[in-house]
Design a protein around this ligand. Structure first.
Ligand code: ZN
Length: 402
């Protein structure tokens, strides 16, 4: 029932590589609306062959330009859905694809036209086995993941509100003995520390001054020291600016003070530090933010300065031990049945689709389902074609269980 003849699989592989070449030959760097429309039209024709209902919507990107968003649905209507997410844009414009020793060298071959071709291959495998797609399948492909991600982030949030699970077609990574699947992604919180000290002449009244720069630097060093290797939270000090209040509050006007002797004889009364913290779980986030807040109070008392610590933009983490874990394990088992070793990446650093889900704490998600290669975002980018074939079958196996 599950098996299909080897020659059928071979012809599906050949067709999948051919489609990937065609997809990669289309220039669809972020912002190139005509190119992105061509990719969407190509995919539409392929998806409609598998009886998916396809719409190409237009949404406005961060630069105010309309861009295509492809939405494809299975026959099920309303209710909850199985959401598949991907993007049609690339970082670079296309150059002619080149096939060499089992690899396709092409723009976006890995990130992530390979994932799109994999999906088309999986649909062919399911059709050849006469298996049905999940009827509630909903595929959403966005045009701006590689640039500002305005449409991408909104789409992931909006379309995941009623998702029973989310599959992300971004690439996994090759390993010496297999490949990876992504279970966890770090979240991020931006923060700002402002210190007000007391200005004083450093020669005449040094001990009456309270240095804002010294207090902020002390806080920064101890804050960075809260970072933990091996999956723990990290604190990054992105910027630290200090000096006289005039200097700090109007840097543009006073920047030429740098490198001169001006105001070096004044105990500084203002400092601002800005940065972010990254973490794998909400528990880690809450703990590190509580530590940073407590540290601000401690520094204020020790240095006799006033300190405010504020939190800015936040992106939630995808907990590697969250609701997606059973699905991740199922995928690893399905791969093992095909003789293919998949390892779970618990701690992927970059922010991607899963971080923008409406309710990441309650939505099962698997990321990194796409085939592997190397050279993401650079001219030498390539995709491993054996990985493409393997992962198309794996995705078909997975879809058949969902
Ligand atoms: Zn990508």
């Amino acid at each position: 029932m599950n098996a299909i003849a080897g020659e059928v699989l071979d012809s599906i592989s050949t067709a999948t590589v051919e489609r990937l070449k065609q997809l990669c030959a289309i220039s669809s760097e972020s912002g190139n609306a005509p190119g992105l429309h061509r990719v969407a039209a190509f995919l539409r024709a392929e998806l409609e062959r598998h009886a998916l209902r396809v719409e190409i919507l237009e949404e406005t990107d961060a630069n105010g330009h309309p861009q295509p968003v492809l939405v494809a649905r299975g026959p099920g209507s309303g209710g909850r859905h199985l959401l598949l997410l991907g993007h049609m844009d690339t970082v670079l414009s296309a150059i002619p694809p080149k096939l060499e020793e089992g690899k396709l060298f092409a723009t976006g071959a890995l990130d992530m036209k390979g994932g799109l071709a994999m999906l088309l291959g999986a649909l062919d495998v399911l059709a050849a086995r006469e298996q049905h797609l999940p009827t509630d399948l909903l595929l959403v492909l966005v045009p701006d993941e590689e640039s500002e991600s305005l449409i991408s982030g909104n789409a992931a949030g909006r379309w995941s509100e009623r998702a029973r699970a989310v599959l992300v077609l971004e690439p996994g990574q090759p390993l010496a003995n297999g490949e990876t699947l992504v279970a966890g992604r770090r979240g991020m919180t931006e923060w700002k520390l402002e210190v007000t000290g007391r200005a004083a002449h450093s020669g005449l009244a040094y001990w009456t001054g309270r240095s804002a720069v010294a207090a902020a630097a002390d806080w920064c060093a101890r804050a960075q020291g809260l970072s933990r290797r091996g999956g723990g939270p990290t604190v990054n000090i992105g910027r630290l600016v200090g000096g006289g209040a005039d200097f700090v509050q109007d840097l543009a006007r006073h920047h030429d003070m740098l490198g001169t002797s001006r105001q070096l004889n004044v105990v500084s009364d203002k400092a601002v530090a800005e940065g972010e913290t990254r973490f794998l779980s909400i528990r880690d986030r809450d703990a590190v933010l509580a530590d940073l807040t407590a540290l601000a109070e401690k520094i204020a008392a020790e240095h006799e300065v006033s300190v405010t610590f504020t939190i800015g933009m936040q992106v939630p983490p995808v907990d590697p031990n969250g609701p997606g874990l059973p699905l991740v394990h199922r995928t690893v088992e399905l791969a093992a049945k095909r003789g293919f070793h998949l390892e779970i990446e618990h701690d992927r650093g970059g922010i991607s689709f899963p971080n923008f889900l409406a309710d990441p704490a309650n939505t099962p998600v698997i990321d990194g389902l796409g085939p592997t290669g190397d050279g993401m975002h650079v001219r030498g980018e390539y995709l491993n074609l054996d990985s493409l074939a393997r992962r198309a079958v794996l995705l078909a196996d997975l879809l058949a269980t969902l």
